[in-house]
Each structure stands twice: as structure tokens, then as C-alpha cells.
Design a protein around this ligand. Structure first.
Ligand SMILES: CSCCC(=O)/C(O)=C/O
Ligand SMILES: [Fe+2]
Length: 183
């Protein structure tokens, strides 16, 4: 993403544009699938993901003024940088939106999730969400067991989920420490 403070709903590409591969996202623990959103009720691929990853809970969240209670406040809160103590799993069945995640250098990567896109943000990753200029998303929310939606706004580095995230995804091999060889 660029560093501009312009409308959060704009794409915010860098100039020239830079793209991040799905492999790079996976290195940050961010997983994604492309699914058939017109068939989510009978989709065997979705069923398999849910079974393998234990996503027993499911509901829908529609983000638009007519459907989301306290819309303005929620939009503001979604865009505050935060983490969760569990995975955030969203499957876009209609509309679109941006999930921004921090990379290894603490820079934002903007992930545009459109109809059919499913994304998993790992526990402990700093992130935020905004609608794009189409102003609408309908997302399936999945969870392992009873859902906990609590956002912990940055900084919450002392939480075990954050420490585990750093250990699993941000630390280089060998703890990232330089080794001085002495003769
Ligand atoms: C598209 S679902 C709304 C965003 C959300 O639930 C969340 O937790 C963002 O971080
Ligand atoms: Fe979140």
C-alpha cells in the first residue's frame, strides 16, 4: 500500500504498482482460497476446508448501512489496527472489501477480497478491514467452536496470541540474531 491518508476505500496502490504473491501471504500465515460463491450451500470444497480446519461455527455479516446495526461505528472500528486471539475467517459471498495486513517490515499489504474469495488471518496478526468504493460486502464468518470477535487494538504485544504469531511467522530462523565469529 501507499502511505497516503486519502479515502480508505480507494485501492491505495503504490506507484508503480507492486503485487504480493499468495505464497508471500502464506509466509505471514495468511491463507486464501477461491470458491464457488453461488453454491456455498452445497460446496464440497468448502465442506472439506471446514472439516479439516474445524470450522464448526458459521454465520453471515453484511456490511452496509441498511443491514449492519451501528454501521458508522463498526466501519470505524474495523479500520482500527487490531488483532484477535483466534483466526479471522471470512468468505466473501457477495460484494468486496479490503483486508490490510502487516508484513515482516510492518508495512501494510492490502488484500482485495471479492466474491468467491475466502481468507484466513492467523491469530495475533495486526490487520484492519474496510469496504471498497462499491460499499458492500456479504461475508460468511467461520470459527472453531463458540466465536470470540473481540478486537485488541494495537499495541497488544503482550498477548500470548501475539507472541506466538511473532514466533511462528515473523522471526527468522535462528531467532533472527546476528552471530559474531571471533577468531
Ligand atoms: C467483512 S466482515 C467485517 C470485518 C470484520 O469482521 C473484522 O473483524 C475485521 O477485522
Ligand atoms: Fe479483525
Amino acid at each position: 500500500m501507499d502511505d497516503s491518508d486519502e479515502d480508505q476505500r480507494l485501492p491505495h496502490h503504490r506507484e508503480p504498482k507492486e503485487y504480493v504473491s499468495l505464497d508471500k501471504l502464506a509466509e505471514l500465515g495468511v491463507l486464501s482460497w477461491r470458491l464457488d460463491a453461488d453454491n456455498y450451500e452445497n460446496d464440497e470444497e468448502l465442506k472439506k476446508i471446514r472439516e479439516e480446519r474445524g470450522y464448526s461455527y458459521m454465520d453471515f455479516c453484511e456490511v452496509c448501512p441498511e443491514k449492519l446495526p451501528n454501521y458508522e461505528e463498526k466501519i470505524k472500528n474495523f479500520f482500527e489496527e487490531h488483532l484477535h486471539t483466534d483466526e479471522e475467517i471470512r468468505y466473501c459471498v457477495a460484494g468486496s472489501g479490503y483486508f490490510d495486513v502487516r508484513d515482516h517490515n510492518d508495512k501494510w499489504i492490502r488484500v482485495w477480497v471479492k466474491k468467491g474469495g475466502m481468507i484466513v488471518l492467523p491469530a495475533g496478526i495486526y490487520h484492519r478491514f474496510t469496504l471498497d468504493t462499491d460499499n458492500y460486502i456479504k461475508a460468511m464468518r467461520l470459527f472453531v467452536g463458540d466465536p470470540i470477535w473481540t478486537p485488541y487494538n494495537r499495541p497488544h504485544d503482550h498477548l500470548p496470541a501475539r507472541k506466538e504469531y511473532i514466533e511462528n511467522f515473523l522471526q527468522e530462523e535462528g531467532g533472527g540474531q546476528a552471530v559474531d565469529a571471533a577468531a
